[in-house]
Design a protein around this ligand. Structure first.
Ligand code: DGJ
Length: 745
């Protein structure tokens, strides 16, 4: 909209409202703003020049009844820091004349359908006095029961406005009690779940490090109303921010016992100046409501992510063999060629050459302190360039992928020596590093171009490459951008993320056939902000199968299996030193986007036979695992078993996984009760991925049960004594089982 007509519309609507209000002395123009999906309603009412939130929950049959309702609203549409308001508000600004408060009034709204599933509602607010606007957007995805919201701030004041707090979303909730589930953790231990009852006051989760922003906390939460969250019943609201920089979410149980959820970009050490006519767009916030517990919440998010938030969300992912944990930095051309050959025998489909393959003329990547940023082939390891290894991959009909870390450089690199002013560095202070990395100054357009060109060059020089693993191993520890002047440093955090997104966007558009994996020391950039540019993420650098049961369980609440890289690694595990059986490691990795991260040559002939069969088994069940609907059956946090299953849309095929998490004599082993099946259908249940030496499979071909029986009674587990023919064999430490459930004609 042109500035003139934008202003005209705003002013006219405002005058109209103001007149009706002042003439009649009461509100005669109450108007509903309904944001609806198939099963939910988010309801606002325009009244007395304000917009208030009255409802968010299960779909209302007659929202018009709210026009006669005389009770209080749940809260405002979008409160700002202002005189009478006492809550933590999503927005605060310094107006051009120095005034600190903002009071929003309604200007106008509109709704339009984007297609048969998606509609967008726009609500314009303006400060009562100043020409400062906030336009709120609500994109509703009907079938997925998802709402995506964000805000644009606009300054039409004659002078400079400074945004001090610029969050994107405000959701007020009213309930008896509130229970918040957070996903905390760090490198090697991501996505640990913790639930607490919110008492009065503010609970905050945040990231303040600019990069690796889903370590510490993932930008996602579950709020359960009245009771602690459970898998299949109860009211929950799930939310997640689409922002890969510093972020913040506050949960304020206020003086009226209302819960105010505020989510957005973190204003920590930040502010944003808006000149006259300028706009600022906050990050997007994605949320859903379920009255059937966290299971339904997860399925809402998963279907939305697959359809709208990741690259090629409905295309099956290849089985990957990654070079990292099998070699670390100890490899050369012949070792990689052997790995590819051995991997081919196991049935892998994509070989990924991880860190260590590059270096310039002066430095070679022999360890993590050198050559980062010099994106030529490491001649010591690959005297023939990458030609020979790529040839081997081609010969074996395996695709080829490669690792890059384009946002960072080492001090010992040619690029840093040539451009010492390209990295974030605080004048006068010691330079802090993580893993010897200097973070590039992405506020600088020249550097942004370098990042794009680094990745492009690698792909262009090796056109057979079809997969890029994009790593970044350091937070921003030295927040000073040499490119920005000293008074603009507070813009660094926002600019870094925005410019990173612009590089990612260009890469995805320039190379539409490349599969991109996001990695940030493992799960450090697992968020809805990065997903649109990637096909998958590396969930954690921790490949210990037992810990992965927990990490993958936490990850599963918001992120679907098709995107969750999960690999079988060697034992003892490099991090935990734990030794888990090969089958257990396969069974755990097979519940995500499956891959292998060990040297096939290290496996015994028997193990290789098992591995080869298991890779084939994964390929057989891959459509169910990667595209199916997830049902969590047993949480790893309760008892000694964890279990989950995927069911296809037709409810004709399902795969269930059971993992023993601890083995203590006398522990209670519950029946495994599948979910999501059709109670009226008959299903054949077959154990798959069995070890050759396993004397008995848990069932025989004749094991046919009704869906109703399976879901209500389930199948028993045995962990000692004599195994019955219909029980799940969980004998021995780290026992696990996978079974296929198929509809019988
Ligand atoms: C961290 C990643 O998460 C690992 O998978 C591996 O790529 C290393 N970086 C390589 O430096």
């Amino acid at each position: 909209m042109k500035k003139q007509s934008y202003l005209k519309t705003m002013v006219c609507s405002f005058l109209l409202l103001f007149c009706s209000y002042s003439i009649y002395g009461k509100d005669v123009n109450k108007e509903l703003i309904r944001i609806e999906t198939n099963n939910t309603t988010l309801l606002y009412i325009v009244e007395n020049g304000n917009v208030n939130n009255y409802y968010f929950g299960a779909k209302l049959k007659n929202p018009e009844d709210y026009l006669n309702y005389t009770g209080d609203p749940q809260g405002a549409l979008f409160p700002a820091f202002a005189g009478k308001s006492a809550i933590e508000a999503p927005v605060s600004v310094i107006h051009s004349n120095g005034v600190l408060s903002t009071e929003f009034i309604y200007v106008g709204h509109s709704s339009k359908a984007i297609d048969s599933n998606v509609s967008i509602t726009t609500i314009v607010l303006k400060d009562k006095v100043f020409d400062f606007y906030a336009t709120l957007f609500f994109k509703a995805f009907k079938n997925e029961d998802i709402i995506e919201t964000w805000v644009d701030y606009k300054n039409d004041e004659s002078g400079l406005v400074t945004l001090k707090n610029f969050a994107s979303a405000y959701i007020p909730v009213k309930s008896d009690k509130y229970f918040l589930t957070k996903f905390h953790g760090s490198w090697f231990g991501e996505m640990k779940m913790e639930e607490e009852q919110l008492t009065h006051g503010i609970s905050t989760i945040q990231s303040i490090q600019g990069v690796r922003t889903s370590h510490n906390f993932n930008p996602s939460f579950i709020v359960s109303l009245n009771q602690p969250a459970s898998e299949d019943c109860g009211e929950v609201i799930g939310g997640s921010l689409a922002w890969s920089g510093s972020w913040k979410m506050t949960f304020e149980n206020d003086i009226e016992s209302r819960l105010n959820i505020v989510a957005g970009i973190n204003n920590y050490a930040s502010e944003w100046p808006l000149k006259n006519g300028e706009e600022f767009q906050g990050c997007h916030f994605i949320f859903t409501y379920s009255n059937a517990g966290t299971g339904q919440m997860t399925r809402n998010f998963h279907s939305w992510v697959r359809k709208y938030a990741i690259q090629d969300g409905n295309e099956l992912r290849p089985v990957v063999l990654n070079s990292w944990e099998g070699n670390f930095f100890d490899f050369d051309e012949s070792k990689i060629i052997k790995m590819i050959k051995d991997g081919a025998k196991m049935g892998i489909e994509m070989f990924v050459l991880d860190d260590g393959w590059f270096g310039g003329n002066k430095y070679q990547r022999d360890n993590d302190g050198m050559a980062l940023g010099d994106w030529d082939v490491n001649k010591k390891r690959f005297p023939n360039g990458l030609g020979k290894v790529i040839e081997e991959a081609k010969k074996n009909k395996i695709k080829f992928g490669i690792w890059v870390e384009p946002e960072m450089v080492n001090r010992q690199s040619e690029v840093y020596e040539a451009h010492p002013d390209w990295v974030l560095k605080e004048p006068g202070r010691e330079q802090y590093t993580e893993r010897n990395n200097y973070v590039l100054d992405l506020t600088n357009p020249e550097v942004v171009n370098f990042v794009f060109e680094s990745v492009s060059k690698v792909i262009r020089q090796n056109p057979y490459i079809s997969y890029i693993k994009m790593d970044c191993n350091s937070p921003i520890y030295n927040p000073y951008a040499p490119y920005l002047d000293k008074n603009s440093q507070q813009q660094l955090w926002y600019l870094y993320t925005k410019n990173l997104y612009s590089v990612l966007d260009s890469l995805v558009k320039t190379f539409p056939d490349i599969t991109f994996q996001v990695c940030s020391s493992g799960g450090g950039r697992v968020d809805y902000g990065s997903l649109p540019y990637f096909h998958e993420f590396w969930a954690s650098d921790n490949t210990d199968a037992l810990q992965r049961v927990f990490i993958q369980n936490g990850t599963s609440y918001f992120y679907p299996s098709i995107a969750m890289g999960a690999h079988v690694a060697k034992v003892p595990n490099g991090i935990t030193q734990r030794i888990t059986p090969l089958k257990y490691r396969f069974d755990v990795a097979m519940s995500g986007r499956f891959g292998i991260e060990l040297l096939p040559a290290d496996l015994t002939p028997d193990e290789l036979t098992f591995a080869k069969a298991a890779v084939q088994t994964y390929k057989d069940i891959r459509p169910i695992v990667q595209l199916g609907n997830l049902y969590r059956l047993l949480s790893p946090y309760q008892g000694c078993l964890a279990s989950l299953m995927y069911v296809n849309d037709a409810k004709s095929k399902a795969v269930a996984f059971v993992y023993q998490t601890q083995r203590m004599f006398g522990d209670f082993y519950p029946n495994i009760k599948p979910k999501g099946l059709d109670p009226l259908k008959k299903y054949k249940v077959t154990e798959i991925n069995v070890l050759p030496e396993q004397a008995k499979k848990f069932t025989t071909e004749e094991s046919v049960f009704g869906g109703d029986f399976l879901m209500k009674n389930g199948l028993p587990c045995v962990y000692w004594g004599k195994q019955g023919p219909l029980s799940i064999n969980l004998m021995g430490e780290f026992a696990s089982a996978v079974f296929l459930i198929e509809e019988m004609p």
